[in-house]
Design a binder for this molecule. Structure first.
Ligand SMILES: *Cc1c(COP(=O)(O)O)cnc(C)c1O
Length: 354
């Protein structure tokens, strides 16, 4: 009854969303603050009859709003049902094992190998530096390759690759292979590579409303790139599902795009809490990687990540730990509200001491 294709799949496992009791939830990198208040008033006056009709298959209004923010033509913007869907379309459209392996960091977003298996793309994991930062020379020395993808900042490490390194990578790498920069966390202190798009026809940048826009529940992600890449993503989408973005999502995300001031504010709070938590944990003897994301990747010498995770869970706090050789000592802590971070620190002091 099951296809051979299906039998070979190993699906991605998202972070737990437990319903059994109330946790301080610092495990899935959601934004702890509510979405723009403009969305609340929109929803309370939304005419439900509008749901009778199909949504705009091109999501033109939303794409216009996004394109204006980045000073790009609307033909440079693609939207999808979460950036996970955008990424899956991009893997399908741009990466072909006949040209070599797809390259990504050894520790990175664990959906990448899942898409590779889904589309039969071979891949190679590229060594990070000792302090877990991305080393572009390790990417450039791999040949042949069919493309490159990495998050900036990287996940789950939080480390950030500076703009001049990215320029260097774009200059040195083959022009006929796509480089995807997954900027899911760029709004927490990084600088987007969007200004490089006009000079690089092989650059695709993906982004999401799930983290910095506090809209993980609406499922909206987007890609920025030159028109020929965006067209390829549309061809992929329209061979799969014409209407992945529903009417509510198109409206809500347009409003979120307009309310840049609100989001700058809440994200500045998150950045403040992150840096406070990083300093506090360090002074308690933790090792904390430098982060430009809305999470910290940290370890407490002498206690394995799994034990940190389980002890915290017993005490009503959820963080994420990865059972992967090389990062087993670490837990990933999402930055919550200022209140949650204070409570977290109190518990940590109580539970772990050197
Ligand atoms: C969260 C995340 C995504 C997925 O975002 P969605 O838009 O919610 O699908 C993509 N890439 C990375 C690195 C992420 O952490």
């Amino acid at each position: 009854m099951l296809s051979e294709r299906l039998k070979k799949l190993t699906p991605y496992v998202p972070g737990e969303q437990p319903q059994d009791k109330k946790y301080i939830k610092l495990n899935t990198n959601e934004n702890p603050y509510p979405p723009s208040p403009r969305i609340k008033s929109f929803l309370s006056s939304f005419e439900y009859q509008k749901l009778r009709l199909y949504p705009d298959p091109q999501a033109l209004e939303l794409r216009k709003k996004i394109s204006t923010c980045y000073n790009l033509p609307v033909s440079s913007v693609f939207v999808g049902n979460g950036s996970d869907e955008v990424l899956s379309f991009a893997f399908f459209a741009f990466f072909d094992s006949l040209q070599g392996d797809l390259l990504f960091p050894e520790f990175t977003y664990s959906f990448y190998p899942v898409y590779c298996d889904f589309y039969s793309i071979s891949y190679k994991k590229i060594r990070l530096n000792k302090e877990f930062s991305i080393n572009i020379d390790n990417f450039l020395s791999q040949t042949p390759s069919c493309g490159i993808i990495f998050p900036n900042p990287n996940a789950p490490t939080g480390t950030y690759l500076e703009a001049d390194r990215i320029q260097e990578l774009l200059h040195e790498y083959q022009k006929d292979r796509v480089i995807i920069i997954d900027e899911a966390y760029i709004d927490f202190g990084g600088e987007t590579a969007a200004s490089l798009l006009s000079q690089h026809e092989n650059l695709l940048i993906t982004k999401t409303f799930s983290k910095s826009r506090s809209l993980a529940g609406i499922r909206l992600g987007y890609a920025l790139g030159q028109e020929h890449l965006i067209k390829a993503l549309f061809t992929t989408k329209d061979s799969f599902n014409s209407y992945p973005i529903d009417t509510l999502a198109q409206n809500i995300c347009s409003l979120a795009m307009e309310d840049a001031g609100y989001y700058r504010n809440i994200n500045a709070k998150i950045i403040g809490s992150r840096d406070f938590l990083s300093r506090s944990l360090t002074s308690l003897g933790w090792v904390v990687l430098p982060s430009k994301a809305n999470f910290l990747f940290a370890r407490f010498p002498g206690i394995p990540g799994k034990e940190l995770y389980l002890t915290l869970k017993d005490n009503g706090i959820l963080v994420r730990y990865f059972d992967i050789k090389g990062i087993k000592e670490f837990v990933r802590i999402t930055i919550g509200t200022e209140e949650e971070i204070k409570l977290f620190l109190i518990k940590v002091k109580e539970l772990f001491s050197s």
